[in-house]
Design a protein around this ligand. Structure first.
Ligand code: PMV
Length: 334
């Protein structure tokens, strides 16, 4: 397969002469995958081995503002703090911005604010790169179409392709070498009664990030062979569940999908187990409550925290069982 660089892919979409504005600004929501993205067929462009489906978290996410910098250097700020130029976050942001600023070399000030409660243990790279892409589009007046914005956000972080949209979002894997058909799109269906509860088990930087975790799984777990089949079957079931508003099918599919993904990680070498004892305790609690008749399911990403799935009518009962639960309504009215 022909390996293209990110710059090769972006170049044809940029105008001959860039017209930077005074200010670019955008918000993008965080998202939780019900059918996960796990494994890349191209590690440079973040092209996935399977399609995935998520739900965006409405008002929880990242807001990014881009303005010309006052000095000669780029300035990257996170939640009000100016970061060291060689920090991981600042380097990633500047590398991404470099794809779009052409020969201008105009130093920029890039400010990101995450309103995701840090205590919820939610990753912010999806909303962060989606907001950065949308803010760049605004700043340089690129007027790129949503599928292109999604494909470009994907090159910052795979799951960012889905954060360009609200509600239910599917990321089709695509087949092209340049990845421009590997972008997300919004599903028209809504589910106003759906709720997501964030259970904090632990926060703080994880030892193995999702990029390294995926790579290790793809390279060392024979069990990974079965993952694309699992994901394809689950995607189909999620479509059915969303169409029929069948919550049990949605919950069962999302929970089995997450556990299947974690099974491939555990079967890697060295083994990759993101769960803490409290994660397992919370899983048992969910299963016990379900056995008692509550329609409650969970999903988990590359970390120890659980995301609960339930319907609005059960919110009070579930908050009683999980007192510190942060509840999100992904389909607010209006
Ligand atoms: O976008 P990344 O590289 O942070 O990977 C996200 C991986 C998972 O969160 C585990 C699954 C997903 O689809 O969001």
């Amino acid at each position: 397969m022909l390996k293209l660089s990110k710059m090769d892919v972006v170049g044809p979409y940029l105008p001959q002469t860039l017209q930077p504005g005074e200010r670019g600004e955008a918000f993008a929501p965080s998202n939780i995958a019900l059918c996960k993205y796990w494994g890349k067929r191209d590690t440079g462009l973040n092209l996935p081995i399977n399609a995935s489906l998520s739900v965006s978290l409405a008002h929880l996410g990242s807001k990014t503002t881009i303005t010309p910098a006052t000095g000669a250097e780029d300035q990257v700020c996170l939640n009000g703090d100016l970061l060291a130029a060689d920090s991981r976050f600042a380097t990633k942001v500047v590398d991404f911005v470099d794809l779009f600023r052409g020969d201008l070399n105009q130093p920029l000030r890039i400010e990101t604010h995450n309103n995701i409660p840090t205590a919820a243990g939610l990753a912010s790279s999806a909303s962060g790169f989606a907001a950065l892409m949308l803010a760049l589009d605004d700043f340089y007046q690129l007027k790129l179409e949503p599928p292109v914005l999604s494909a470009f956000a994907r090159m910052g972080s795979g799951s960012a392709s889905r954060s360009v949209f609200e509600g239910f979002v599917e990321w089709q894997m695509g087949h092209r070498d340049d990845g421009m058909d590997s972008h997300a799109f919004q599903l028209s269906a809504r589910w106003p009664g759906l709720r997501i509860g964030l259970v904090k088990v632990a926060t703080g930087e994880k030892k193995v990030d999702s990029r390294a975790g995926m790579q290790r799984t793809v390279e060392s777990a024979h069990l990974y062979q079965s993952w694309p089949l699992q994901a394809a079957a689950d995607l189909e079931k999620l479509h059915q569940a969303i169409l029929a508003q069948d919550f049990a099918l949605l919950g069962e599919t999302a929970e089995q999908n997450a556990l299947s993904m974690h099974a491939t990680m555990i079967a890697s070498w060295p083994p990759l187990l993101y769960w803490q004892p409290d994660s397992v305790a919370a899983m048992h609690k969910v299963w016990q409550l379900r056995a008692e008749g509550l329609a409650l399911y969970f999903t988990m990403d590359a970390g120890p925290n659980l995301k609960l799935l339930f319907e609005a009518e059960d919110q009070a009962a579930i908050e009683q069982q999980f007192p510190d639960l942060e509840v999100v309504n992904p389909f607010p009215a209006g």
